[in-house]
Design a protein around this ligand. Structure first.
Ligand code: 5GP
Length: 191
């Protein structure tokens, strides 16, 4: 019998370090992959189309919605973000752990439509730390940072809807905790 894969929703406020956490996990396991989302947001310096995101126009995004090509999509900070359905389901089918690194509204849709998905909320140690990280990252205007912090407060309030909440205070510990969650959930599915 083929080993079963699974979908993992990793959600966290912007600036909480979810991409770094995923990067570390993928360096210690060879059974994980990340779904590349589509977005209408402008690329940041250094971001590459097809690797960080598929950067597409609003018209292209709405066409994909029409064709039912998204597993989920949401609007965040006045831009669309969405998970193309085919890649994630193909990966799970082939036995991989496919990470969807998405915001809360999209996460809720996946929880509803794919009840088998494991959901993890990465919690910042404090709002102050989050603010510092967003300022240090220097990729957004002051207004955008304030907006992201406002969204973060709402996201933190609904963290209880996730299967697991992991505090990202020390990177190594957060990675270890998530790695254990993956092992435990895989074991359940392949028992
Ligand atoms: P950023 O603009 O910082 O890259 O992403 C903003 C937020 O959108 C982050 O919380 C990120 O995880 C989330 N996001 C990225 N891709 C997707 C997606 O496909 N769907 C949803 N719902 N959120 C996404």
């Amino acid at each position: 019998m083929n080993k079963k894969g699974m979908m993992v929703i990793l959600s966290a406020p912007s600036g909480c370090g979810k991409d770094t956490v995923f990067h570390e996990i993928s360096s210690i396991r060879n059974d994980v992959c990340e779904s590349v989302s589509a977005t209408t947001r402008q690329p940041r310096e250094g971001e590459v189309d097809g690797i960080n995101y598929f950067f597409i126009s609003t018209e292209q995004f709405e066409e994909m919605i029409e064709k039912n090509e998204f597993l989920e999509y949401a609007s965040y900070n006045n831009c669309y973000y969405g998970t193309p359905a085919k890649y994630a389901s193909d990966m799970v089918e082939s036995g991989k752990i496919c990470f969807l690194i998405i915001e809360r509204k999209g996460a809720q849709k996946v929880m509803k439509n794919c009840p088998d998905a494991v959901s993890i909320f990465l919690m910042p140690p404090s709002m102050k730390t989050l603010e510092k990280r967003l300022i240090k990252r220097n990729t957004e205007t002051e207004e955008q940072i304030l907006n992201r912090l406002k969204i973060a407060e709402e996201e933190i309030k609904s963290s209880a809807i996730f299967n697991y909440v992991v505090v990202n205070n020390e990177l190594d510990k957060a990675v270890e905790e998530i790695n254990e969650i993956l092992n435990k959930e895989l074991e359940k599915r392949n028992a």
